[in-house]
Design a protein around this ligand. Structure first.
Ligand code: SF4
Ligand code: SF4
Length: 120
C-alpha cells in the first residue's frame, strides 16, 4: 500500500493559480480564500515559494490549506484519516501534472518515493 509523502525539490502545490483550482470556494472559508488569493504571485506561484531551492519561506507558519494533516483534511475535505494518504497522493498527482507535466521528472520522483522504485 502506498503511503503519501512530500518529495523534496517539487513545490507543485505552491503553484496557486486559481484558474487551475476552480473549486477553492468549496473548501476554503471566505477569510482563507482572501488569504489564498493574496498569496498568488508572478506566474501563479505563491509569493512565499523560494524558487532557488523549491521550498516554503514560511513553512512553520504556512496556512492551514497548505498542511497535509489528518485534522485539516477532515475539516476541509471531509476525508477520514484512513483515506488521507490516498487522497493526498491524488492531490499531488494533480498538482504535479498541471505544473510540471504527466511525464515530468517531478512525477517520476514522486511515484518512485511513494510506490517504490518501480513507480506506479
Ligand atoms: S505536490 Fe506533493 S510532493 Fe510536491 S511539494 Fe506539494 S505536497 Fe510535496
Ligand atoms: S505558503 Fe508555503 S507551502 Fe503554502 S503555497 Fe506558499 S510556499 Fe507553498
Amino acid at each position: 500500500m502506498a503511503t503519501w509523502q512530500c518529495v523534496k525539490q517539487c513545490g507543485a502545490c505552491c503553484h496557486l493559480d486559481p484558474q487551475e483550482r476552480p473549486d477553492l470556494e468549496e473548501y476554503l472559508s471566505p477569510e482563507e480564500l482572501k488569504l489564498y488569493l493574496s498569496m498568488v504571485g508572478e506566474g501563479g506561484w505563491c509569493i512565499h515559494f523560494d524558487h532557488s531551492n523549491r521550498s516554503c519561506r514560511i513553512y512553520p507558519d504556512r496556512p492551514r490549506f497548505c498542511r497535509v494533516e489528518l485534522e485539516t483534511f477532515r475539516n476541509m475535505y471531509g476525508i477520514e484519516p484512513e483515506e488521507v494518504s490516498d487522497f493526498a497522493i491524488d492531490c499531488c498527482h494533480q498538482h504535479i501534472e498541471s505544473t510540471y507535466g504527466r511525464r515530468s521528472i517531478e512525477m517520476l520522483r514522486f511515484n518512485s518515493e511513494v510506490y517504490g522504485a518501480s513507480g506506479r
